[in-house]
Design a protein around this ligand. Structure first.
Ligand code: 3HC
Length: 293
């Protein structure tokens, strides 16, 4: 970080808001990359759960020889698990919001963060579907707001989409791209906003076809997964992937997209709605398309 041309110069402190599956792994990625990082949530139990899950994950990486014990210990020294959002935000250089996909909550959060964070801080959202222009106007710094979108599991998946809104400055984009690279990720820079960005639009097309095949009774979902894995060499089938990402997340993404496009094609498919209403959210709830111990 000593190179004068590096837009990250001076940026040392990252705050991640939301200790769910995405937020917690993003915070770990940041701490492993050398940043002083705070993982913030509204309740102690959420941050404690994230901490114990990350500890197990890191222990496994050490056991398997993927990381050294020293690197992991140093990362945990840099990582704070806290409910003190404002204390952390007041000293941060870069915020990554990974809270629930609810526009009202995000807007409120961005307004408050704007008031608390130092003027130079970038306020990014990990949202996959709520484009940043919808939260940027809740702040006095729309030039420093963008989407910074990771993929699940964030510790493993290399892609990070950097998506500017029409007010985002070139410097903000440059800083976000540099941060993603310093995280060891492969940034994909979009030129403009679109709901779903690049990867989820690609994935959405496959998922919709998979759901139609299932709903039309053409094949069992397990067999559709087998086809995706063995014919297309995808690491997971679309139904397994929905369980990993969360059926609730898939449902809320489609609802948010519908709100933005008004196109009935954007609405969640009936099979998703049924699972969502039954509380079958996937791995996190023990049941989704598949059952988990
Ligand atoms: N968290 C962290 N690391 C994980 C993990 C998790 N949840 N699951 C697996 N891993 C890592 C571990 O290191 C694991 O090794 P270990 O079991 O020895 O600890 C290693 O990956 C291999 O895992 P598995 O043997 O269980 O299975 P795979 O070889 O199939 O790998 C996978 C797992 C990396 C998740 C792989 O199946 C994969 O790439 N799946 C596709 C994931 C994908 O498409 N993600 C994008 C989803 S869309 C999204 O996130 C967008 C958002 O907006 C909704």
């Amino acid at each position: 970080m000593s190179d004068n041309s590096n837009p990250l110069e001076g940026a040392k402190h990252v705050t991640v808001i939301g200790a769910g599956a995405m937020g917690s792994q993003i915070a770990m990625v940041s701490a492993l990359a050398g940043y002083t990082t705070a993982l913030v949530d509204i309740a102690e139990e959420y941050v404690e759960r994230a901490k114990s899950q990350l500890e197990s994950r890191m222990n496994r990486d050490v056991e398997k020889g993927r990381r050294s014990q020293e690197d992991v210990a140093a990362a945990f020294d840099r990582l704070t698990f806290t409910t003190d959002r404002d204390g952390s935000a007041a000293q941060t250089d870069f915020v990554i919001e990974a809270a629930v996909e609810d526009l009202g909550i995000k807007r409120e959060l961005f307004t408050e963060l704007d008031q608390i964070c130092p003027p130079h801080a970038i306020l990014a959202t990990n949202s996959s579907n709520i484009v940043s222009s919808r939260v940027a106007d809740a702040t006095e710094r729309p030039d420093k707001v963008c989407n910074f979108h990771f993929f699940n599991p964030a510790l493993v998946m290399e892609c990070v989409e950097v998506v500017p809104n029409e007010h985002t400055s070139a410097e903000t984009v440059e800083t976000a791209v540099a941060l993603a690279k310093s995280f060891g990720k492969k940034p994909v820079k979009l030129k403009q906003e679109t709901p779903g960005f690049v990867a989820n639009r690609l994935l959405g097309a496959l998922r919709t076809e998979a759901l139609k095949l299932y709903e039309e009774g053409i094949a069992d979902f397990e067999d559709i997964d087998v086809a995706a894995k063995t014919a297309l060499r995808h690491p997971m089938g679309p139904f397994e992937l929905m369980d990993l990402v969360g059926v609730d997340v898939v449902y809320l993404i489609r609802m948010a997209e519908y709100e933005q496009t008004g196109n009935p094609e954007s609405l969640p498919r009936p099979a998703i709605k049924e699972l969502y209403e039954a509380g079958r959210f996937g791995r996190k709830s023990g049941q989704g398309w598949y059952s988990y111990d």
